[in-house]
Design a binder for this molecule. Structure first.
Ligand code: NDP
Ligand code: 8X3
Length: 252
């Protein structure tokens, strides 16, 4: 029987690269995101490359009712999820606290925190029924330290860090592993989303140094997911060599 992983935010960046990595390793995949066309393209790619079986859930993780409905709509064999990767998330804007857009703040809190809560609660009963499972939450170095104008993005990832630690404690009795991964700067669509399509601003984030890429994070996820049953990587911070902490970079 193949392992099943559910990946949120599979339509881009870390999620897409992780889907490729897990498909290569023989997983069947439940791919989720809002952009169904991207998920379909990924499904086709993975089928052609690895013969992977995929189920697509086109869902906004902020929509509690639909998240629960979609997970419940899975056939019984697809509900036996071994690995849940809570990866969907975003930053919106990078402005002083007194100048930032309040709607952006709501979106970040709803996606980065409440989205993880909804998806995890929807999937958990099926893991608990089998007394095993692994949840990997995509934190950020912004969840370990704050930086100027990071305010609510940092707060959402700090909250996710606390939630990951809480989940590990509360799910201990069910034998469920909880891992939090905290990357530094990685070049994906993240900055394009953050700066609302302004490519110049987005590209400037990564000039003068070699950032992480999506494949680096997919490898890290695979490292965590492929440990023996008795081993859990609890918390993992990863940056490119040119980044020392949340705000210090060595740029050429
Ligand atoms: P991308 O923008 O490339 O990917 C983000 C993914 O999240 C997309 O697949 C998007 O899918 C999905 N997503 C966003 N909002 C929602 C929503 N409301 N409902 C469902 N899916 C949603 O960025 P990354 O791959 O870089 O980011 C992935 C995660 O990693 C995020 O949580 C981010 O905070 C975190 N991270 C990123 C870092 C970086 O420097 N890139 C560093 C540290 C952490 P769609 O739009 O189709 O819904
Ligand atoms: C994304 C990394 O440094 O832009 O979480 O906050 S950073």
């Amino acid at each position: 029987m193949k392992h099943i992983a559910l990946i949120t935010g599979a339509s881009s960046g870390f999620g897409w690269a992780t889907a490729r990595k897990l498909a290569e390793k023989g997983y069947d995949l439940i791919l989720t995101g809002r952009r169904g066309d991207r998920l379909q393209a990924l499904e086709t790619e993975l089928h052609n490359m690895f013969g992977t079986k995929c189920r697509l859930l086109v869902v906004d993780v902020r929509d509690k009712k639909t998240v629960f409905q979609q997970v419940e709509s899975l056939e019984d064999n697809w509900k036996k999820i071994d690995l849940l990767i809570n990866n969907a998330g975003l930053a919106l804007g990078r402005d002083y606290f007194d100048e930032a857009d309040m709607d952006d703040w709501e979106t970040m809190i709803d996606t980065n925190l409440k989205g993880v809560i909804y998806m995890t609660r929807a999937v958990l009963p099926h893991m608990i029924a089998h007394n095993k499972g692994h949840i990997i939450n995509m934190g950020s170095i912004a969840g370990k330290e704050i930086y100027e104008k990071g305010n609510v993005y940092c707060a959402s990832k700090h909250a996710l860090d606390a939630l990951s630690r809480s989940m590990r404690v509360d799910l201990l009795r069910h034998g469920i592993k909880v891992t939090a991964i905290h990357p530094g700067a990685a070049e994906t669509e993240f900055s394009k989303v953050r700066f609302k399509g302004d490519s110049e601003k987005a590209d400037a984030v990564y000039t003068g140094f070699k950032p992480l890429d999506a494949e680096d994070i997919a490898e890290t996820i695979w490292f965590c997911a492929s440990q023996p049953a008795h081993v859990c990587i609890n918390d993992l911070e990863i940056t490119c060599t040119a980044q020392a902490n949340a705000y210090l970079f060595h740029k050429e």
